[in-house]
Design a protein around this ligand. Structure first.
Ligand code: G3I
Length: 356
């Protein structure tokens, strides 16, 4: 009787068996030693079976698309809402997925008390450290890497962005943020995440200079996220070459927010060419030994940020509005089936904080 009761209680308390992925993608990604990630939104993740199945069948890692951003996590000073982040991290743990933390410092999606507040440098430093301590502390050992500084450069320009942090703390805010993040979780891998830097160019060069300077100063920077919000027909050829120079500094690199938007209406020919572009991105990651993964920015076209932000564009992701796989998914599979993984150690500037 006692045994029966214990078994019955355990059956209620323990999670059910984890479903085996129905696609070969997670195993293929694992065989190359990379993560294949996807950005997730809390509402469909907790309510839609099809959405969850796409995540667990095809990916090895998740990024919270919005719910870990400052606006949602600390809507009032000192008041934290963990419901969304807990749901994402809990889901990942239940299904053996890793989590990219996104994002700690950004100019967007800030709560009003912060965006419209007035802070002297010491106040703002305290605000930063309180936030990092709370968020990184809660997920210490559960979220292995964080986008600490998101989009530090102006859109389409190599100038450091004039955001709240820059205006109040000066350009050293990037170094300060990375040091504060390292204090909050000394084991976490710390990233700068940026867009418009995937191929060579003035903005990529400016990011390279910044990363190099930070490493020379001994600042704990471990990786660069190249977001990868591409327009169909304009995916940089030199993606691998550009990422490799950052890897040669001793940094991990990854494509952190991949999508390839297509002008409406997307023809079969467009979608087939888009598959080649997804394949190229995966192959580029495989070609760089320190490329640790590729994350696509949304589960399906129905959940993509693209139609709201770029009217006239559509179909940016590997699954369509009905969660059916598109040629882009086959492009990723092909890259992983046929692709060869680059090996070899990078010359590195990172010695003190490097974790590999
Ligand atoms: O929170 C409100 C909700 O209360 C309201 O009911 C709803 C009505 O539309 O809007 C909700 O806010 C939306 C928010 O996402 C959360 O869903 C905003 O309208 C929407 O504009 C916002 O867009 C997000 C965008 O960041 C904000 O800048 C996108 O979903 C998200 O994909 C996007 O992600 C960024 C990365 O974090 C950084 N890199 C660029 C990338 C694309 O912009």
């Amino acid at each position: 009787m006692v045994v029966f009761l214990v078994v019955a209680v355990l059956a209620l308390v323990l999670p059910g068996p984890v479903r085996e992925p129905s696609s070969e993608l997670p195993a293929l990604a694992g065989s190359h030693g990379i993560e294949l990630g996807v950005a997730v939104a809390v509402n469909p993740l907790t309510h839609e079976t099809e959405y969850r199945d796409v995540v667990t069948d095809h990916y090895t890692s998740v990024t919270a698309e919005n719910t870990m951003k400052w606006q949602y996590v600390q809507p009032e000073r000192g008041t934290f809402d963990w419901s969304g982040p807990d749901a994402v991290v809990g889901f990942a743990e239940d299904h053996g997925l890793s989590v990219r933390g996104h994002t700690l410092l950004w100019h967007n999606q800030l709560p009003a008390w912060l965006a419209q507040g007035s802070f002297d440098p010491d106040d703002l430093r305290e605000v930063m450290r309180e936030h990092f301590g709370a968020v990184m502390g809660r997920y210490q050992g559960r979220v292995a890497s964080w986008d600490v500084v998101n989009e530090p450069f102006e859109d389409g320009s190599p100038q450091l962005r004039e955001n709240l942090w820059h205006q109040t703390l000066g350009e050293d805010y990037v170094a300060e943020a990375l040091r504060a993040a390292h204090d909050a979780d000394p084991e976490a891998k710390l990233y700068i995440n940026e867009f418009g830097v995937e191929g060579s160019g003035a903005k990529a060069d400016a990011l390279y200079e910044l990363a190099s300077d930070l490493l020379d100063q001994g600042v704990p920077l471990h990786g660069i996220g190249f977001q990868g919000h591409f327009v169909h027909g304009d995916v940089p050829e030199d993606l691998a070459e550009n990422m490799r120079r950052f890897a040669d500094l001793g940094l991990d690199v990854e494509i952190s927010e991949l999508d390839v938007r297509v002008p409406e209406p997307a023809s079969d020919q467009d979608l087939s060419a888009q598959a080649d572009e997804y394949r190229h991105v995966l192959e580029s990651c495989l070609a760089v030994s320190r490329c640790v993964g590729v994350t696509v920015w949304g589960v399906s076209d129905a959940h993509s940020w693209i139609p709201e932000w770029f009217p006239g564009y559509t179909a940016a992701l590997p699954f369509d509005d009905d969660h059916a796989p598109k040629p882009a998914l086959a492009g990723m599979v092909e890259a992983l089936r046929r692709g060869r993984r680059a090996h070899g150690r990078a010359r590195g500037k990172v010695t003190v904080f490097g974790m590999r």
